[in-house]
Design a protein around this ligand. Structure first.
Ligand code: ZN
Length: 95
């Protein structure tokens, strides 16, 4: 899959359209969620699904994606995001 705007999830490794994913950006030494895909810098993506977010938190997949220590606060915020948005548990295959 080489289409523009498709990104690979750090948890399930599927490629999906970036609208279905949440981006974590690193700008300088700061990590922040890029809810509107507006920030530059390096980015890593996770599906907006409870499964993928749980796995990302459990295995600290963002640390691997960025090859550095992502602050725990980021993982806490990710958990809040999943709760606040009442995401479904299923990570759906793309059609
Ligand atoms: Zn995923």
């Amino acid at each position: 899959m080489h289409e523009k705007n498709f990104r690979r999830c750090v948890a399930c490794r599927q490629s999906k359209h970036q609208n279905e994913m949440l981006r974590l950006a690193r700008v300088g030494e700061t990590y922040m969620f890029d809810y509107d895909n507006r920030l530059g810098g390096r980015g890593a993506y996770v599906c907006k699904s409870e499964d993928c977010i749980k796995l990302t938190i459990k295995k600290k997949q963002f640390n691997r994606a960025f090859k550095s220590n992502v602050p725990n606060e980021i993982y806490e915020r990710l958990q809040e995001y999943a709760q606040n948005n009442k995401l479904s548990g299923v990570c759906e295959e793309i059609k």
